[in-house]
Design a protein around this ligand. Structure first.
Ligand SMILES: *Cc1c(COP(=O)(O)O)cnc(C)c1O
Length: 366
């Protein structure tokens, strides 16, 4: 059986460093907002090419906190509109709603599955304040046109990097391209904690300062509260674990690219469509999606061959009960992606034999 992604194997592969880091924190007697956070924040900001990084409790909070920070800074208000791809993980959209703002769902480009800059323009109103591109599946959105539109209309750009740790767009890391970026360290992400975790990266000192205060009950100094903030902090254990795992992120991403190269080279089945290759947007392949109009049968067939796959995601956000106010929208590209997408096993630890078996099996699907 080839699992979709074996977190247990991944975690084991970081020993003994991981256990040593955990033991150090356990023994230190300091579990929140300490040295491990300061270290990781510095390392991750350097890695992304920003001046600031602020740890948060998870990726969804990172999105909410950036929007709340921009409200506190007077750059946006509750009720303002945020343009977001319709085919994102629902957490992106809920993160916007929790900041009291209005998500405006935008169709993706069919060939990249990332937000379509031409469609963004058609959705801009006098209430639009933010564009929120998501670097879906590990592949950067086409940022140059998005940044140009934002500049022209005076909008802020918030990158959702939850699936794209380490990806590049034209030589720059994602997380450094917009005004601020949200990362998730959900365990199965390319950089994953052993629990929940997230971060905001930005090179704007005010955004970083407000995000830090708002994630700590609105406190700018101990026991001094300027805002009604929330509690969303990265804990010391997770920060120390992430520092260990960050050291291998580039090597792991390179192995994911190698897996993807083999998939692309070997897979030839007219019933299965792949996304086009995406240099200069160096993809980190959080997910390797394939598309098939007979997806359910393909998934069952692969399961019979001992290959576990997942679907990202089976139900489009606007078709979810939670977002019933969007149910009447017609978003044909989004809906097609949700009907046809299937995610193949993708991990830096996939063996050559496993990759070959997956390719062979896909090629024999009729
Ligand atoms: C995982 C994910 C999130 C949410 O991250 P959490 O840490 O689980 O809150 C947000 N956006 C995208 C695109 C994601 O993949």
């Amino acid at each position: 059986m080839i699992p979709y992604f074996s977190l247990q194997k991944i975690t084991e592969s970081f020993e003994p460093q991981l256990s040593e880091a955990i033991n150090d924190i356990t023994a230190s007697g300091w579990y929140l907002q300490g040295k491990a956070n300061a270290n990781f924040e510095k390392e991750f900001a350097d890695y992304c090419g920003t001046t600031h990084c602020v740890g948060t409790g998870n990726g969804m909070d990172a999105i909410t906190l950036i929007l709340l920070a921009w409200q506190a800074m007077g750059k946006t208000q509750r009720g303002d509109e945020v343009i977001v791809p319709a085919n994102t993980c629902i957490a992106t959209i809920i993160g916007i709603l929790r900041a009291g703002m209005q998500p405006v769902l935008c169709e993706p480009e069919a060939y990249s599955c990332n937000i379509n800059p031409h469609k963004i323009v058609t959705l801009i109103t006098t209430n639009t304040k933010v564009i929120l591109p998501v670097h879906l599946y590990g592949h950067s959105a086409d940022m140059d046109p998005i940044l140009a539109i934002a500049m022209q209309h005076g909008l802020l750009v918030l990158e959702d990097c939850a699936q794209a740790h380490g990806a590049f767009y034209k030589g720059k890391r994602v997380g450094s391209l917009g005004h601020a970026a949200a990362f998730s360290f959900y365990p199965s992400k390319n950089l994953g904690a052993l629990g929940d975790g997230g971060a905001v990266t930005t090179s704007d000192v005010d955004t970083a300062t407000y995000v830090r205060a708002l994630g700590n009950y609105g406190s700018s100094a101990k026991y001094v509260h300027d805002f009604k903030g929330i509690n969303s902090r990265l804990d010391e254990l997770q920060a120390a674990i992430l520092s260990v795992k960050l050291k291998r992120l580039d090597a792991d991403n390179e192995r994911r690219r190698e897996v993807a190269r083999r998939y692309r080279k070997g897979m030839h089945n007219p019933l299965v469509r792949l996304l086009p290759v995406s240099e200069p947007m160096e993809n980190v392949y959080h997910i390797f999606p394939i598309f098939c109009s007979d997806r359910e049968r393909l998934q069952a067939y692969l399961m019979e061959k001992g290959i576990q796959t997942l679907i990202h995601y089976p139900i489009a956000p606007h078709k979810q009960q939670a977002l019933s106010e969007y149910a009447a929208l017609s978003l044909p590209i989004t809906e097609q992606i949700h009907r046809e997408e299937l995610s193949l096993p993708m991990s830096p630890l996939l063996t050559d034999e496993e990759i070959e078996h997956i390719i062979e099996s896909i090629n024999h699907f009729v």
